[in-house]
Write a protein that binds this ligand. Structure first.
Ligand SMILES: Nc1ncnc2c1ncn2[C@@H]1O[C@H](COP(=O)(O)OP(=O)(O)O)[C@@H](O)[C@H]1O
Ligand SMILES: [Mg+2]
Length: 350
């Protein structure tokens, strides 16, 4: 028996000739924070709207706690969605906005006032019920939208790029507030973003999507360190890609260089070596007694505070190398790249 809180099974949604969601299956565990991550147009919103009940899938089914809800309308699903553009009613006070769903559910006025007060406190807007949305900043409006979703005590919270209208600093603050609140309430949450850093920062699990499909589902660490293909490796974080052939067990040969790599791939196979910029070590002098050292030349360097990013030419190609805690001086001229074997990830797709 499937014990997932939300289970999406083989769902497809077409809009005319466009296949927006293409045979997607996904299980979301109770109390977890799961993120749909992918480029614009890959089907994230369409998938979320099907879980909410705003779109009906052409094929496949959706289950909440094992109960099929595919044909149940949105307002009877016990899910609540926060939209990208807040969608607050401008002529209603904040309190009326937040209490809207309770009115629809015919909750008594006293009870509604109490619950609105509680949830306003929860999102850090205690006592602001009488203001109008235009009195509030973007970040506060987004919290009102969150409060409006939470007040009906949905069993599943659905958030569609809720931070995209906020500036960069506020985005980081509000995202950690959302995560804290989710953990405090233990609320099963499905979150949508196109921002890979945001996804890494707040998720228990990430489903990386492209062209209507889920390419990989995993924890942030799995997605980052063990991407299943080049799209995932490229979309999540930066990476150096090198194509070569397995020349012997644990050895990959490519033009101008041969690397010792983790065992696994069979000799003769074409592989792509994936190397995160921070996995490479940079030395001013050749390090002794280590494998995979390449002589190179710094072509550009950029100081980013917590790290320095270098562009290095070595073995006939360009490399990106990140060095943490760069301190007072940057490296220039001749350098030596050390590529630790256990930091190499191999892709064996064709
Ligand atoms: N209501 C709609 N009518 C027609 N096409 C749509 C509609 N909604 C989404 N699409 C198309 O479906 C694809 C997926 O869209 P969407 O789910 O909004 O992607 P995302 O949220 O990942 O940006 C896109 O090609 C988009 O243009
Ligand atoms: Mg969208």
């Amino acid at each position: 028996m499937n014990r997932a809180h939300v289970s999406v099974q083989g769902i497809t949604k077409r809009f005319g000739p466009t296949v927006a969601v293409d045979g997607v299956s996904l299980d979301v565990e109770e109390g977890s924070f799961t993120t749909l991550l992918g480029p614009s147009g890959c089907g994230k919103t369409t998938l979320l709207r099907m879980v909410a009940g705003f779109h009906h899938p052409d094929q496949g089914d959706i289950f909440l706690r094992g109960i099929r809800v595919t044909d149940i309308p949105a307002h009877r699903r016990n899910t609540a969605m926060v939209f990208q553009e807040y969608a607050l009613f401008p002529h209603m006070t904040v309190g009326e906005n937040v209490g809207y769903g309770l009115r629809l559910r015919r909750v008594s006025a006293d009870e509604a006032t109490r619950r609105v007060g509680q949830v306003m406190e929860l999102v850090g807007l205690a006592g602001q019920q009488r203001k109008f949305p235009h009195h509030l900043s973007g970040g506060q409006q987004q919290r009102v939208a969150l409060a409006r979703a939470l007040v009906v005590e949905p069993e599943v919270l659905l958030l569609d790029e809720p931070l995209s209208n906020l500036d960069a600093k506020l985005r980081i603050r509000v995202r950690s507030e959302i995560r804290q609140l989710q953990q405090q309430l233990g609320k099963t949450t499905l979150y949508v973003t196109h921002d890979q850093e945001e996804a890494l920062a707040i998720s228990d699990r990430i489903a990386v999507m492209n062209r209507g499909r889920i390419l990989q589902l995993g924890t942030p660490l799995q997605i980052y360190h063990h991407p299943v293909n080049r799209f995932v490796a490229d979309f999540v974080g930066l990476a150096n890609f090198l194509e070569g052939e397995v020349s012997a067990p644990g050895q990959v040969r490519m033009e101008g260089v041969s690397l010792t790599v983790p065992d696994g791939a069979l000799p003769g196979r074409r592989v792509t070596v994936v190397l995160r910029p921070e996995a490479i070590r940079l030395h001013a002098r050749p390090p002794e007694g280590v494998a995979n050292v390449l002589r190179g030349y710094v072509t550009a360097a950029s100081f980013l505070g917590t790290l320095a990013r270098y562009w290095v030419d070595a073995a006939g190609r360009h490399w990106i190398v990140d060095v943490p805690s760069p301190g007072e001086a940057l490296m220039t001229g001749e350098v030596f790249l050390e590529i630790p074997r256990d930091r190499i990830h191999l892709l064996t797709e064709t």
